[in-house]
Design a protein around this ligand. Structure first.
Ligand code: SF4
Ligand code: SF4
Length: 265
């Protein structure tokens, strides 16, 4: 199905859409005069995996990371909260992680930084249609990488930038944000559910405390071994958070309740 500009975020509406095998020229090297120019005054959306990886890299909790390094813009058009990387407050508006040698968190840099100059949008849900991400080419004037001869297709670029693992981990996140519950764009989650979404997706340490320090485990019957994984394994907890949100936000029966909890419910 072809995609109309009405389906994409306004900031991508005038960008060139890239089909999977459409080639684009790009190269990024430290000896280009624009080196790190892209790391200032830029809107970088953070995915749940980005927040988690950066927090762990900086040896801080996700709560502290969000507090120190993230912005959560509130606009009436946003259906769900988004998280953006905070730039410095001074005139340079540079990313806190940029150094003279390039990105100071390179191995854990956000998805948007890895994929630049390719951007992605997930279209809103439509009845019976699985949303397929759409890719765009960002052709910023400041970036000289577009003059480089190497040709890429989107999938080659994705492979080169090693995004498959985080995208696989975030499959459940994409299912939430493009859930059929939102079809038509009229329905809104109440503040309590928005808070659940934010916690489970972005503030994983707070979500872990919710799972282990509330009555959660008394209420839900989890598969053998899962509780221990959730205690130790961030990736397992993130996957579980996306699963839990299907129940908490949309009432999908994805987590069985314990008999004792059902009797008192
Ligand atoms: S080529 Fe583009 S992406 Fe690479 S450093 Fe220059 S501005 Fe940034
Ligand atoms: S995280 Fe790294 S690549 Fe991304 S803007 Fe900051 S310094 Fe640049």
């Amino acid at each position: 199905m072809s995609q109309t500009t009405m389906d994409v975020p306004p900031d991508l509406a005038d960008k060139r859409q890239l089909s999977d095998d459409e080639p684009f020229c790009f190269g990024c090297r430290p000896d280009l005069p624009c080196f790190t120019r892209c790391c200032a005054n830029v809107n970088i959306l953070l995915t749940p995996v980005d927040v988690l990886r950066l927090a762990r890299r900086l040896e801080m909790s996700t709560t502290e990371f969000l507090d120190r390094h993230a912005l959560i813009p509130i606009t009436k058009d946003l259906r769900l909260p988004v998280v953006m990387l905070k730039m410095s407050d001074d005139e340079s508006k540079r990313c806190s992680f940029v150094t003279e040698k390039g990105c100071g968190v390179y191995e854990d840099r956000p998805w948007s930084c890895r994929m630049y100059p390719v951007a992605m949008a997930v279209p809103p849900a439509r009845a019976g249609v699985e949303p397929k991400p759409i890719h765009f080419l960002l052709e910023d004037d400041f970036c000289e990488g577009h003059g480089e001869p190497r040709k890429w297709a989107v999938n080659e670029w994705r492979e080169d930038q090693d995004v498959a693992r985080s995208e696989e981990l975030e499959a459940g996140f994409r299912e939430i944000v493009s859930h059929p519950w939102f079809i038509g764009g009229e329905r809104r989650l109440d503040p309590k559910r928005l808070d659940m979404f934010f916690t489970a997706c972005y503030d994983l340490d707070k979500f872990r405390a919710f799972v282990f320090e509330s009555t959660f485990l008394e209420r839900f019957d989890l598969e053998p071994g899962l509780v221990e994984s959730l205690r130790e394994d961030d990736d397992a907890l993130l996957r579980f958070g996306f699963r839990w949100l299907k129940l908490a936000l949309f009432g999908e029966p994805v987590l069985p309740m314990k008999d004792s909890a059902r009797r008192t419910a």
